[in-house]
Ligand binder design. Structure first.
Ligand code: HEM
Length: 401
């Protein structure tokens, strides 16, 4: 038993020279100490897990809990879960059986079959947002984040849920203040409340005017209260927006910085699914990882973990572990798909992953098909990355075509 390990002082977040590689300390830990002790911002000493087999095993272990009231944030976040009471319906921060009940209510909407049926509409949306981005600009420049990735991601999740276009801007602004690490606690809470208010209004309107979108169908089913519905809706909107926005923009940036990979993809569009899978693994935008708490005393690979210990499971480090694939630090769009952890694993694995894959494939194919000469409008070193945000990506991506 080795529980007298040195303690990592904080979750490593600062990136090194390459904007696509996770914090260098994570790689070193994954190689030498895949299960390490780590100090959390509130002083608690818990665990940081960075090895692929270890992260995967713990994500599937029912003794790892996601109960919001017991979680500790691995970053000093304005909206740390331990500062709020977990409302009914926030199933990301619940264990079975509560988690199962809510997850089952929505999972059918994200099945592979249902998602595939959305492809024509997503293709239309991508074309529309590209038209808007390029309108009157000649060869550019444009900011790919604000003018394409974010509107595309917002349209997709808002259409699925049934958020009318007029309310989408307010929703985007609220999500930004919720997730920005530099937001004050008050701003973050205001953001969450604004999203809640938007959702409560929607639920109410769908009660009077039934709709066949996700929220409308849940209202008609009548299994959840209005308050639960508003929270479930808020969870889906927030989980599906920033992640997809940043994958579209960072995925574009990565391809532009790897011209050989971009050329391979352009020469053989049938590589698109593999390219999406590889970009998800290589970029792992949920870089602050999975947050869990040990539910009961246990031994794990020679370590004694006590009930109540906080655990940070690094998806980003695990996805660069040579135990997952050969040459993990290389982007290879021809790579045979590997069981990466970009969507997590176990009962909380991303419920929207099929939609996210489709959205990414359609958005990138439409963009690269429309602008074969797409390039950065500034030197790559000037692109501001989101190392300090919960979801990694770029703040802006100036491009010309
Ligand atoms: C590329 C885009 C996306 C990425 C990289 C991503 C990543 C993830 C990851 C890593 C988790 C697991 C977190 C954990 O175990 O702690 C997760 C959960 C989740 N994701 Fe996604 N996601 C994406 C898009 C979406 C979309 C489009 C939706 C649609 C609504 C969505 C909804 C959710 C929900 C609701 C959960 C919580 C599931 C649960 O607790 O049972 N995500 N996602």
């Amino acid at each position: 038993m080795t529980d007298d390990l040195p303690t990592v002082p904080r979750l490593p977040m600062a990136r090194g020279g390459c904007p696509f590689d996770p914090a260098p300390e994570l790689g070193a830990l994954s190689a030498d100490r895949p299960v390490a002790r780590m100090k959390f911002p509130d002083g608690h000493v818990g665990w940081l897990v960075t090895g692929y087999p270890q992260v995967r095993e713990l994500l599937a272990d029912p003794r790892m809990s996601s109960r919001g009231e017991a979680l500790r944030a691995p970053l000093a976040l304005p909206m740390a879960t331990d500062r709020i009471k977990v409302p009914a319906g926030m199933f990301t921060a619940m264990d079975p059986p509560e988690h199962t009940r809510y997850r089952r209510a929505v999972a059918g909407w994200f099945s592979a079959r249902r998602t595939l049926a959305l492809e024509p509409r997503l293709t239309e949306l991508a074309a529309h947002h590209l038209d808007t981005m390029a309108d009157g600009k000649g060869e550019g420049p444009a900011d790919l984040v604000a003018e394409y990735a974010a509107p595309m991601a917002a349209s997709v999740i808002c259409e699925l849920l049934g958020v009318p276009p007029a309310e989408r801007l307010a929703f985007g602004q609220a999500v930004n203040s919720l997730f920005a690490v530099h937001s004050s606690a008050e701003e973050a809470i205001a953001g969450w409340q604004a999203i809640g208010a938007l959702l409560r209004g929607l639920v109410e309107s769908k009660r009077t005017r039934p709709a066949d979108d996700l929220l409308g169908a849940l209202v008609t089913e009548g299994k959840l209260t209005d308050e639960e519905l508003a929270t479930v809706g808020s969870v889906l909107l927030t989980a599906g927006y920033d992640t997809s926005t940043n994958m579209i923009a960072l995925g574009t940036f990565a391809l532009l910085e790897h011209p050989g990979q971009l050329a391979a993809l352009a020469a053989d569009p049938s590589l698109a699914d593999r390219a999406v899978e590889e970009l998800l693994r290589y970029l792992t935008v949920v870089h602050a990882g999975g947050i869990r708490v040990v539910g009961e005393d246990l031994e794990f690979q020679g370590h004694r973990m006590a009930a109540g210990d906080a655990v940070s499971l690094s998806f980003a480090a695990a996805n660069r572990d040579p135990a997952l694939c050969a040459l993990p630090d290389e982007l290879d769009v021809t790579r045979e798909p590997v069981p990466h952890l970009a969507f997590g694993h176990g009962i909380h694995q991303c419920v929207g992953q099929q939609l996210a894959r489709l959205e990414l494939r359609v958005s990138l194919s439409a963009l690269l098909g429309r602008f074969p000469g797409l390039r950065l409008a500034v030197p790559a070193a000037e692109v501001r990355t989101r190392a300090d945000m919960i979801i990694y990506g770029v703040h802006e991506l100036p491009v010309t075509w």
